[in-house]
Design a protein around this ligand. Structure first.
Ligand code: SF4
Length: 226
């Protein structure tokens, strides 16, 4: 018992730089609309042209994993989403994910697809981006991540224009992505591509993907903390 308690407290004492922890409705992905606690980690090595979380690039506060999970528990959530920035840029994101799973939450991870996901706890639902050409960061996609995706994970393309759409459609075929994950999400880049236009392209091509609108932007106009 003593050895286990020591190991547990060693994990709880590890630290992460955190931009914000807040309770809101999930704005994206398969659990859209469900009350969720978000843990936003600070920092990202990418600079997508449409980034809407630049405030998470710098600053933040160092917190222990124990303090993070205490704050999460205060909201008594069923769902916890670890996001950023790019959460996997901080190595201690991995023990945080495991700790949250151990505490019984349904945990998801929003990641850019640029960092390896091989060591992410298998209980975590990975929501992995493939960056399109118009993001400016398509060269950062780590295609080695695809083999670590399971039927419990989700793939997301943020689509800025017709060229992005064609690129994403090609990747679906080239990498046989649809059967690999539970959902492929096509999300129109906010104020760059009309949602209706993307909807019509998806229908015209009969693509087996889910059109995703960002609920938090419709409800709160993207204010931090939502
Ligand atoms: S990966 Fe996400 S947080 Fe990082 S620059 Fe791109 S959109 Fe912003």
């Amino acid at each position: 018992m003593g050895a286990i308690a020591t190991a547990d407290s060693a994990v709880a004492d590890q630290t992460l730089r955190i931009t914000e922890i807040f309770y809101s409705l999930q704005g994206e992905a398969r659990t859209v609309g469900l009350p969720t606690v978000f843990v936003r980690l600070t920092g990202c090595p990418l600079r997508c042209l449409y980034c809407d979380t630049e405030y998470a690039f710098h600053g933040g506060d160092m917190m222990t994993l124990g303090d993070i999970t205490t704050q999460v528990a205060q909201h008594r959530p069923a769902y916890v989403t670890v996001t950023g920035g790019e959460p996997l840029a901080q190595p201690n994101c991995l023990p945080l994910l495991t700790l949250l799973c151990d505490q019984g939450y349904e945990v998801s991870l929003e990641t850019s697809g640029a960092m390896p996901v091989a060591d992410v706890d298998p209980r975590v639902v990975k929501v992995l981006d493939l960056k399109t050409p118009a993001s400016g960061e398509a060269g950062r996609n780590d295609y080695g991540n695809i083999e670590y995706l399971t039927g419990n994970d989700q793939l997301k393309f943020v689509i800025c224009d017709r060229n992005d759409y064609e690129w994403a459609r090609f990747k679906l075929d080239e990498l046989a992505l649809v059967p690999r994950v539970s959902d492929v999400l096509f999300s129109p880049s906010h104020e760059q591509l009309a949602p209706r236009q993307l909807a019509e392209w998806i229908l015209a091509d009969r693509l087996p993907v889910r059109l995703q609108l960002q609920l938090h932007k419709l409800l709160w106009d993207d204010a931090p903390g939502h």
